[in-house]
Design a binder for this molecule. Sequence first.
Ligand SMILES: Cc1ncc(COP(=O)(O)O)c(C=O)c1O
Length: 448
Amino acid sequence: MYHCECLNSILVLVSPMILQDFLSNRGKHIEDTVNLSAGTLAWGLRATKKAKEMDGFINATIGSATEDDGKLMVLPTLVKELSNLTGDQIFSYANMRGVNEFVVAWKKDTIDTYPDYLREGANTFSTLPITACGGLTGGLMISAQVLFDKGDVIIAPNSRWGNIDNVFFKNLQLKESTYELLDKEGNLNFDNLISKIHKAEKEEKKIGIYLNFPNNPSGISPSYDEVKKFQEVVEEISIPTTIFLDDAYEGCVYEDSVIEHSLFPHLIGLNENVLTVKVDGVSKRYYAYGARLGLVTLGFGEEVSEEDMVKARELIAKATRTNTSSSPKGIQVAMSNVLNDPEKNRQVHKEKKRNISILEARYNYLKKLLGEKESSILQPVSFNSGFFGYFLIKGKQPASEISHKLLEKGLGTVPFENTKNGLNGVRVAFCSISESNIEKAVNILYSV
Ligand SMILES: Cc1ncc(COP(=O)(O)O)c(C=O)c1O
């Protein structure tokens, strides 16, 4: 016997009794705790359904950037390169560590985003990236699996992407220590993170810290001053600590005072107790969400011999081999061709700039309108980057209730509520609202 829920003609099976006698503990755990019809996915489905019924419905649930006409934003140079690949280039196996020309070019592409004074250190203290199948999710899963055991403590923000709960806390069963990323006014504040690190240093043998900037859902990134403050804490950490940097939205920043590249070069080469794991990928950085290619780069706190660098990289590659095996080849070859050809490289970066400038225009207009209005219920946080705006709920009303009301009024949003640690707010994906719809979206938002 099973219960079924039909959402937008997708059949979601809950509790398949037919499998009960066959399931492993892990299978039972996933069955009990992970719900594909909850969270972002479910709100996306509700919004898609509503959009079919309601003229002029605005779907701000989608975490992929879209053009003003609703088509997915892509990079034409990459599309062209992919469509010109041969069967051999697409269908042969890729090296377990990644196509060499691609990973070398990816490292350079990343380092080029850092200020000059950080580039040499970024190169010296880090491995070549290793490809991870399944996008950033695969990279986070594999690196966490290699570094942590069930019950080990990971310090993670209350404002976080829902799949982090699935990967770290439900799947790997790591122990959560939560920090509040935002203060009551909706500003980023590292104080709570810092006190959680100090507490864990006294109680644990080793810890992990998960950082994600630009942050999903809050759209917040730190200023250079805040990064410096965190850096000073990192310098003093006294137990083995792994910092996971989830750099899904790196480079998508709209304010000058905010760090516009990864925190990676700021955290490596500081302290031998600190290992930094940079997880990034083509998903958002190259508008290639479905290409399913993530990368893991290890950054050390001290100088490491070439031999140890290679061994560390091999370890991640071996873990990947036992898990998802090698990553898709075609996207690696296409990316390599684009990054290694000066003219294509110039062109693709021009296209990236064009996409960011569209997102920036939406961001600026949204910010302008929010500056002119007040809501008795919604308090916008100081979002400054990424794909989302986030609004804390001023009273006690659950964010899901507000999202339901907004849905009925013509705006699809995603509530991010965490009753355990007090997070309660609504996420608005301006990455998928055309500029001409922003004012209407704000009017609906501030009408609840
Ligand atoms: C913060 C964050 N990390 C990782 C991901 C997932 O990346 P991928 O699709 O490459 O697994 C997302 C996707 O929404 C995200 O918001």
